[in-house]
Write a protein that binds this ligand. Sequence first.
Ligand SMILES: [Zn+2]
Length: 421
Amino acid sequence: MGLSTFIMKIVNSLKKESDDVKRRGSKDLIKEINEKLILKTIYEHKKIDRASIAKFTGLSPAAVTKITAELINKGMVLEAGSAESSGGRKPILLSLNPEFGQFLGVKIGVGYVELVITDFTSMIVESTRCETESSDPEVIVNVIKNCWDKCRRKKHARLLGIGVAVSGVVDSKEGIVRDSFLLGWRDVPIASLLKEVFKCEVLVMNDVDSFAMSHLWLGKAKDHSNTVVITLGVGIGGALIIDGKIHNAKGGVGEIGHMTVVKDGAKCTCGSNGCLEAEASFEALAKKISSITESKKLKELYKSVNQSESSEIEYLREALKRDRNAFNRVFEEYAVLVGIALKNIINMLAPDYLLIGGEALEFQEKFLNKAIQYARKNAFGKLGEKVMFNVDDLGEVAWNLGVIFVLMDNLFLTTSHNESR
Ligand SMILES: [Zn+2]
């Protein structure tokens, strides 16, 4: 054999090997895509028979039988009774196996962490709240670990992943909280800190984005192509969903709380002046009430505001009880500030659906209708008339469930990971 023939032989054999790898690579990818497609179809229908899976996915009945057998083997899917038959054998229904593993959703707030544990079907099995003494990331990670150890019921259940919801600018891809004014965090690699302790996948999201995703998966947002979420409370946040996806370029879209509503207004935590949050956060409302009230008790109580997030809402509850006039005056102004924000959102984004959430809903009778009327009346042209307004009906769990949905989708239901965020 001449040298050139020998070299050609090596080159050819290398080429064949690389083609095999490629072929196997694409075969694995197709298998993964089909598996996830089937899991997603089962998840969406809760219970579904094999023939219907074939119909919905476009896969052949033989492929569905083969793949579902593998999924049952892996423990991800189980047979869950049979459907009514239209003649002949009753078709067997498949569902996701709730026991396959658990997801942990964590909302990190000031002074507390809120935990939600779901099973593999994303049903909540446990939720709890633990206090934190400081916002130091290492302390928070410890509290999450202790809180998780205390509250999980099935000690042997496998932890499939952790979803974390944090306020501020979040780089989900890198798992880093870039800026959280509330927590005092800057470039905190919270995902890798948690990964070290829990040894599982971790996804970090902005908390309002997570809240919005809950409404996309469980609420009415899925019926609209363009949704804006605004949350009113201790802080003021926003999120934007376009065609089923959170729009979050650079991690900071929808910082509605930092739009200017008052020229030369109050100093904001972000360093600017007259931001909506500086003028209309719970703390700002408490301050305004304490400056106009004649109640000594309320003036006294104001000194303890700021010590924890809950102290602010407690102050507002007290103010409503002790000095209704002062409360009403401040909330009338609040209605206008929120109305201005809603009007600006409508003019800028013309959403089909505008969802309002947050702790301020406790006082919604005092401001919400007025704010919506203001926005509808003052928005450009007919834009204000066409928006559907709604208030959050999912409650506290919406803050950490959304990130679990996205994590579950990334890990088990959708192949194009990066597109989902
Ligand atoms: Zn600001």
